[in-house]
Design a protein around this ligand. Structure first.
Ligand SMILES: [Zn+2]
Length: 223
């Protein structure tokens, strides 16, 4: 099915020998190798729920890239709409969470509750409604990567290293805030960058300077 579709799009691009199959990558991504007229694709299996039109758009987008015409994937409106739909999240997020080995799968930590923090950020007027995002602590105490956000799956993780009485609550809240900003700013572009506007919003957090200091200390394991 996915193979047939890729073959027909591939022919339009001059490829005679195409293979494509779904592959259970954790992140939403696809890979390919190509030699001459032959190309072999591993397509994220999160796409297996997509209809043929969406899948065809995606195939065109990949062939655009492998022909070196585009620097990065440029998604069509139809594809973006599908990727941002509630249905996409509903069908794929459980699988994504299963594949995320380092998540406790709960917002309730030893000391802190990420859902309460989110409510508090909302009440302070710092964030919009992000109640559809799944919040979780990590299992291992990551010190360098203290927060993680999948914009596509709407999943945020905060490192359990911050879930301790010896570090002030606002440090974890600041990390959560940072990741929620990614959700809010990445919705249209799926980019994970920290542009000027992102940095400006980040500094609206009342104790951002102190929180930054704490995070440096945690990273150097002095905390
Ligand atoms: Zn970031």
């Amino acid at each position: 099915m996915v193979g047939e579709l890729f073959r027909s799009v591939g022919r339009e691009h001059g490829y005679e020998n195409i293979e494509a199959r779904f592959y259970p990558f954790k992140e939403f991504k696809s890979t390919w190798c190509r030699s001459g007229q032959r190309a072999e694709f591993r397509v994220s299996d999160y796409l297996k729920w997509a209809d043929d039109f969406v899948l065809e758009d995606f195939a065109r987008c990949l062939f655009g890239r492998i022909s070196n015409r585009w620097r990065r994937e440029i998604y069509t409106e139809r594809f973006r709409t599908w990727l941002q739909s509630d249905e996409f999240i509903l069908r794929n997020r459980p699988t994504y969470l299963e594949r995320s080995r380092n998540l406790s799968l709960s917002p309730v930590g030893r000391v802190l509750n990420l859902c309460e923090m989110r409510t508090s950020l909302r009440e302070k007027g710092l964030i919009e409604d992000s109640s559809d995002a799944f919040l979780s602590w990590t299992v291992s105490d990551n010190v360098h990567r203290v927060g993680y956000c999948s914009v596509i799956m709407r999943v945020i993780a905060v490192s359990s290293v911050l879930d301790t009485p010896s570090i002030p609550d606002y440090v974890a809240e600041y990390v959560l805030y940072h990741e929620i900003l990614h959700l809010e700013s990445g919705h249209g572009s799926f980019s994970a960058g920290h542009d000027r506007e992102f940095r400006a919003r980040e500094k609206l957090f009342p104790k951002w300077r102190d929180a930054d200091e704490w995070l440096k200390r945690v990273a150097s394991k002095k905390a």
